[in-house]
Design a protein around this ligand. Structure first.
Ligand code: PHE
Length: 335
């Protein structure tokens, strides 16, 4: 399978398409019913379950790549074709269809899952004050916990939000209880830029405040999410952790294994990938937002979207999501 996949990618990339005839040859070779891509899918059908799991994603990548090459050539050749018959008439412009960005597609998929569980979607500002990003969330002034989130300040006590938990504070302050919401959005941290981290990224955080909310409600909600998003048999584990705004706090990992090279790398050889932080909302936070802690309790969680998108689409370098390279984005035309 691996060799076939690689050889199709190589052949399709090497294929020179400068005329309409070559474009047709390309189509006949790769994209028709008896073409190489479909042949690959036929063979895929005969693989057993484990193998299918292993190759499914790659197969779709091959298909998208080959289709993108064809579309690209088509738009160039047909777009530049001279259709005038010698009379003074301008050829029409071919405008390419845009497509959804993979990060947006993942956010949308997550949102749909949480909507089915009864969560509404809320948003808030990306430029935040100290109160909403830190103080209300139980980060004491000058406390080292603020170092967990390297902040870009834009003024005194004004910063680019480091997490979407700030939206949770805004919601709690509004005081319309119970709250059952998720807050998707972009957040900023002053981190060294690398294949695995960037100065901005995306989160989907969630907040549930009601009477008698317990840690088991939190676990069940997250189990449900993981089963819907990653598949019913996904193994997960909770690890105790620390966040100033939740007590107790935990992080959740999903098990990918170490068989494929990319899983090995993504999980640093452990097989486990951390996907979210969570916990019971600290009573101090509820009190800061004027919520009666005798009556109400709640849980919160925060998922990192970008890493999950890397995993889902087999993207090795986080930065490629954001440098607007059309060759990269063309692979997602079917989203
Ligand atoms: N706000 C945390 C972060 O950005 C994630 C989180 C959200 C953790 C809610 C616990 C509860 O790292």
């Amino acid at each position: 399978m691996k060799e076939q996949i690689e050889s199709i990618i190589q052949e399709s990339q090497k294929f020179a398409i400068t005329t309409k005839e070559q474009m047709e040859d390309f189509r006949l070779k790769f994209l028709v019913k008896k073409g190489l891509v479909n042949q690959l899918f036929q063979e895929f059908k005969n693989l057993d379950g484990e193998e299918k799991k292993k190759w499914g994603k790659d197969l779709n990548i091959v298909k998208n790549k080959v289709e993108a090459i064809f579309k690209n050539a088509e738009s160039k050749l047909i777009g530049s074709e001279d259709t005038s018959d010698g009379k003074s008439e301008l050829p029409g412009y071919y405008s390419e269809m845009g497509s959804r960005h993979p990060i947006s597609a993942v956010v949308e998929e997550m949102t749909q899952i949480f909507e089915r569980l009864g969560f509404s979607v809320e948003t808030g500002p990306e430029i935040e004050d100290d109160w909403h990003n830190f103080s209300a969330l139980n980060f004491p002034a000058n406390h080292p916990a603020r170092d967990m989130q390297d902040t870009f300040f834009v003024g005194e006590d004004i910063a680019l939000r480091t997490h979407t938990s700030s939206v949770q504070v805004r919601l709690m302050e509004e005081g319309n209880l119970p709250i059952r919401s998720i807050m998707p959005g972009r957040v900023y941290r002053n981190e060294a830029i690398s294949a695995r981290s960037n100065c901005f990224f995306h989160q989907v955080e969630g907040l549930y405040i009601d009477k008698e909310v317990s840690f088991s409600d939190l676990k069940q909600t997250l189990y449900n999410f993981v089963q819907e998003f990653f598949g019913a048999n996904t193994k997960v584990r909770f690890r105790a952790s620390y966040f100033p705004f939740t007590e107790p706090s935990a992080e959740m990992d999903i098990y990918l294994g170490t068989e494929s090279e990319s899983d090995y790398r993504l999980t640093k050889g452990t097989g486990w990938l951390e996907i979210l932080g969570c916990g019971m909302v600290d009573p101090n936070v509820l009190e800061n937002c004027k919520i009666d802690t005798k009556e109400y309790s709640g849980f919160a969680f925060g998922l990192g979207v970008d890493r999950i998108a890397m995993l889902k689409y087999g993207v090795k370098d986080l930065r490629t999501f954001f440098n607007s390279d059309k060759r990269f984005l063309d692979q997602f035309v079917n989203l």
